[in-house]
Design a protein around this ligand. Structure first.
Ligand code: NAD
Length: 270
């Protein structure tokens, strides 16, 4: 069986380096071309050495076109603008695109859906098995408990994270809203400060903490009169996201064009 060539865009980032390590450690694939921004200091370095493992004889380049042309699949955890532009390259070359970038606007998501008409794209704000189970459980619990249980979603991430609430917190909010059969944008309460008035029944609240090196903690709290149910996930290593991304690329091999999520990859779809 021929190994799948998996490239990485944004290979010098926190997730990019974890992706390089994971691809090298996974049977059935090999590290394809990788790149980062042309002004990144890691350009020209061996990707393995940059990632803290042995040299892999793949240099970090600066040209995304080459990455998408020469790889079977490309993993990307970068910024929304870069991701949307790169999805068009994936469509152009028919390359599988596995996207973990968060903070995408609804226009960005529409652009991804457009590119996914030409190639298989897997996009997930969180690639870990545990979080995707948490998302499924959140929908189930929200459907079981009535609006007398207030839903509050809290998350904490490291001090470098640039978007808030996290993509995962929003996905948990979507799941809770779906369980209650309401659109999230009608019930989301994303920032409380000052004289806010009492909590509106049915609202889904979000609270955000930033600090230190926290990889990602999420809790969905169902707060009722006299009892609470809390569903919590704590990530202690980026490896769980990297292994989910590599697994997604292997899963997408040979799939029809389309926009897929982790539910599809993990077989959690209804
Ligand atoms: P980071 O800042 O450490 O890394 C991002 C990398 O992308 C940097 O090296 C940057 O130079 C590079 N980059 C930006 N624009 C680029 C471009 N146009 N071309 C090539 N490279 C480019 O950030 P990070 O902590 O690795 O997180 C990246 C993204 O992944 C964020 O959106 C984060 O929320 C998300 N994330 C998702 C998951 C998940 O499971 N889906 C897990 C962790 C992080």
């Amino acid at each position: 069986m021929t190994e799948m060539s998996i490239g990485v865009v944004g290979a010098a980032g926190r997730m990019g380096l974890a992706l390089v390590r994971e691809i090298v450690a996974t049977v059935g694939c090999r590290l394809g071309p990788v790149n980062d921004r042309p002004d990144h200091p890691a350009i020209g370095q061996d990707a393995g050495l940059a990632a803290g493992i042995d040299a892999v004889n793949v240099l970090i380049g600066d040209d995304p076109e080459t990455v998408f042309r020469d790889a079977d699949a490309v993993l990307e955890f970068t910024s929304p603008a870069a991701t949307v532009a790169h999805a068009a390259l994936a469509a152009k070359y028919g390359t599988i695109h596995v996207i973990g970038t968060t903070g995408l606007s609804s226009e960005d998501e529409q652009a991804l859906a457009g590119s996914a008409q030409k190639t298989a794209i897997v996009w997930a704000p969180n690639m870990s098995l545990g979080v995707n189970l948490l998302i499924a459980l959140t929908e189930q619990v929200a459907a079981s408990l009535g609006v007398e249980f207030d839903i509050e979603i809290s998350e904490m991430h490291h001090r470098h994270k640039v978007d808030a609430p996290s993509g995962t917190a929003l996905a948990l909010g979507q799941a809770a809203a779906k369980g209650r059969n309401v659109p999230l944008d009608q019930v989301a309460d994303r920032g409380r400060d000052g004289l806010t008035g009492a909590r509106k029944p049915g609202d889904i609240g979000f609270a955000v903490l930033r600090g230190g090196d926290v990889v990602g903690d999420h809790t969905v709290l169902f707060a009722g009169e006299g009892e609470q149910v809390a569903l919590t996930h704590k990530a202690s290593s980026r490896r769980i996201f990297a292994s989910g991304a590599v697994r997604s690329a292997l899963w997408a091999n040979g799939r029809a064009p389309g926009l897929y999520g982790m539910r599809d990859v993990l077989g959690l779809s209804n």
